[in-house]
Design a protein around this ligand. Sequence first.
Ligand code: GAP
Length: 472
Amino acid sequence: MTKLRLIMTTTNQQVNIEKLASLCKRRGFIFQSSELYGGINGFWDYGPLGVELKRNIKDAWWQDVVQRRDDVVGLDSSIIMHPRIWEASGHLEGFSDPMVDCKTCKGRFRADQLDTSTCPQKPSKKVGECGGELTEPREFNLMFQTFVGPVRDDSSVAYLRPETAQGIFAQFDNVLSVSRQKVPFGIAQIGKAFRNEINPRNYIFRSREFEQMELEFFIKPGTDKEWHEQWVKERMDWYTRIGIAAENLSQYVYGDDELAHYASACVDIMYAFPFGVQELEGVAARGNFDLSRHSEFSGKKLEYFDPETNERFIPHVVEPSAGVDRIALAVLCEAYRIEWVPKEGSGGTLRLAEPDTKPPEGYEERTVLRFAPRVAPIKAAIFPLLKNRPELVEVAQRLYTDLKQTWPVFYDQTGAIGRRYRRQDEAGTPFGITVDFQTLEDQTVTWRDRDTMTQERVSLDEVAALLGDALK
Ligand code: GAP
């Protein structure tokens, strides 16, 4: 295979990651873990809106990769598994990054990321600016170690899984025997993974605790290329289905000299983050390395018997492996916009704000998260025009209670209606539905679109169907 690098050069510069992080904190998407005690580096908590966003991303993946297909089944394996699994997978021996220490500032860095790392001693910025000498690189294993049971000795050592994939390989035989699947078929899993990263960074992009969505798609040897191509295409398309613009996605195709010895192909799906073009997901054709190794280490055959050809073989595998937190960050970067909104009667048009500039005469600024409806934490907000008019409040609350049976919706009666719309724009709620005096006369409500800010009147009876259509 020829080496082909399709790295985009432009990044999503409109997004200032500090401003985005501040919005995420203010609106309850993402908090620093243990903030109360000064925080802990590389760990994050998801607040009320963040947890919904993440859940919607995971649901979208599960629907498209598992539920809507006949050839993929799910699994939820444990985080701590038999330590031999990590011997067989090669993680104990080789899952490490090269680390160096600065003898002066005591900073600890990944040797392969010195150019982009920062020196902890102020005012210096770049590694080495403090004048310190760096140690020789040494390998640092990224697996978190723990002990199982009350005795802490070598026999009780276990590891927090650094990937969900090995749980799938370890249960291949059980799943195959109960699921009536035939090769080609896949086993999918979503769950936490842990890596003791030397330098967690770029907000939630590289953390020490994160979630993965992994599929092991087992195939007949010799069909690796076609299945790998199919999965790369399917996974690229999926990102556009959750609202990532195709022009912000790219592929990094591994050259022969970059592939693991057992792999025949690997493509990383990349996103143009504000801090550079970086990996969201890897799609690798891993041959039969994993099943062979588990077979060797466990002493049990992990084979497939093909009833059509009467052949027995160890299936090969194509592995699309994605990080939920990275996707959440990409979705946030994609959705985040500061816009200039024309004041009523000014005749202007809605447009993107110029960075760090006050809005021109006749405009005001708004911050909006333009989430695709499928991943938006709140699907619609319901407002009575005035909170002190019981006849409006009653209709709005009834509508809210009805819609809430099916979708996450929000009710808000506090403050001026314009302020309420803005609050929902910041939360990324695609639709606003207002009950006003005309509702009492003709049973219609105002339906406001977050992105265009246009409003139209729709019948109260149609609201649920309209929302259902918009969320398909
Ligand atoms: N089973 C293959 C595997 O784990 P990987 O490239 O090491 O492959 C897959 O990880 C995905 O998991 C990455 O593309 C990324 O989205 C996510 N990921 C990996 N390390 C991460 C970290 N420290 N923080 C957040 N996400 C991470």
